[in-house]
Design a protein around this ligand. Structure first.
Ligand SMILES: [Zn+2]
Length: 390
């Protein structure tokens, strides 16, 4: 779409209008700098954001690592506890075994019972055997309790191991994230240093152009090429190496249009004579039309700090492009004119009676304030010829 628009604009410009295709200006450079600076600020913000993410991921990892360490300590404690419980169980089992063997002995008619139990009498013996039975039961319960503890410890171990696995998985995820963060941080740092370099060079460029704009009195939205080419324009010289003055600037009676303000000076030359820029400047307008004026070139100048335009009409051909920097040795085109009679021989427009150059100087870069070219360029009087540019 954009391309089509540009093409259309180009065609439109070429055939119908005098167009000034907008190029870069000091203003647009400054706008680009502001854009770059905004971009830089956004990048700094993004960098900080990623740096914070890296910081918090690292913090999380170290806290998870501490958790894992704690879980492993807890597992070690549990293993130790299980070992101790197993030893206790063995001990209790032995105690029970020995108590049981006493009990078995006590249930028989062993003659050494009294001796074994050291009972004073039978009642005492009964009492003692009951105590043994109770002790055995008590130890059994203790063993059960210890087995339960071991089971609980084992369950806890499994839980802790699960927790460790979970923490390790989280660390792995965080490591992956960290890797991505570091990649994007590196990208952002690259982009940032690119933008910083861009800003630095743009500032230098702006500084350079600012001094030229100031020296040439250009407004910030004037195209760079226009303002730069306006530098050192010392003054206007004749646009032709030779010719004859056929009509003056000012009011006159035109054979085609009657009374009119004649905006320039007419210089009679043969068809297709090279026409030069009258001063250094930049081509700001190109018009092609088959009505009065024909092919027209307009050039913007700054002479002694003031803005002017020079206009070259009735050209048979055009040799420059809009935005082109020109000097007094640049051929802007070749002379034409002569209306219908000369058209078949390469003449162009309808409002001139013979091949000639209509040369106009205007004050300023806008408006139609033509001034007498004789104020700027030395020409011989009407009807007389010249044969040099100066
Ligand atoms: Zn004229």
């Amino acid at each position: 779409m954009k391309k089509i628009n540009k093409t259309l604009l180009f065609i439109f410009c070429l055939f119908f209008l005098t167009c000034n295709i907008k190029a870069e200006s000091l203003k647009s450079l400054k706008a680009q700098l502001a854009k770059d600076e905004a971009n830089q600020a956004a990048l700094v913000k993004k960098q900080k954001n990623v740096q914070n993410k890296i910081k918090s991921a690292n913090k999380e990892i170290s806290s998870l690592e501490k958790d894992i360490e704690r879980y492993e300590d807890e597992i070690d404690d549990l293993l130790e506890q299980i070992d101790e419980l197993e030893i206790d169980i063995e001990k209790k089992k032995k105690e029970i075994d020995s108590l049981l063997s006493f009990l078995q002995v006590s249930n028989g008619d062993n003659i050494y019972l009294e001796y074994v139990f050291e009972a004073k009498d039978f009642t005492d013996f009964i009492y003692r055997s009951a105590v043994v039975e109770e002790l055995t039961k008590y130890n059994d319960d203790l063993i059960d309790e210890m087995y339960n503890l071991i089971e609980e410890d084992k369950k806890l171990q499994v839980e802790l191991k699960n927790k460790i696995a979970k923490s390790e998985a989280s660390i792995k995820d965080l490591d992956k994230k960290l890797k991505n963060y570091n990649v994007s941080l590196a990208d952002l740092e690259d982009a940032h240093s690119d933008v910083a370099a861009e800003i630095k060079s743009r500032k230098k460029t702006i500084e350079y152009y600012e001094s030229i704009y100031k020296a040439n009195g250009c407004k910030e939205d004037v195209d760079l090429v226009v303002c730069i080419s306006s530098t050192n324009a010392k003054g206007f010289v004749r646009p032709l190496t030779k010719g004859t003055i056929t009509s003056e600037w000012g009011y006159r009676i035109c054979p085609v249009h009657g009374r009119e303000i004649h905006s320039g000076i007419d210089i009679g030359v043969p068809l297709n004579t090279p026409v030069y820029a009258s001063a250094a400047g930049t081509v700001s307008g190109i018009t092609t039309k088959s009505s009065c004026g024909g092919n027209i070139v307009t050039i913007n100048h700054i002479v002694n700090g003031k803005q002017y335009r020079s206009v070259y009409m009735h050209l048979a051909s055009i040799n420059v492009k809009i935005g082109q920097a020109v000097n007094i040795n640049t051929i802007v085109g070749k002379s034409g004119g002569g209306g219908f009679t000369l058209r078949k021989n390469g003449g162009w427009d309808t409002c001139s009676t013979g091949a000639h150059l209509h040369f106009t100087i205007r004050n300023g870069w806008t408006g139609s304030n033509s001034v007498n070219p004789r104020n700027f360029v030395t020409f011989p009087s009407k009807g007389k010829s010249f044969s040099s540019r100066f």
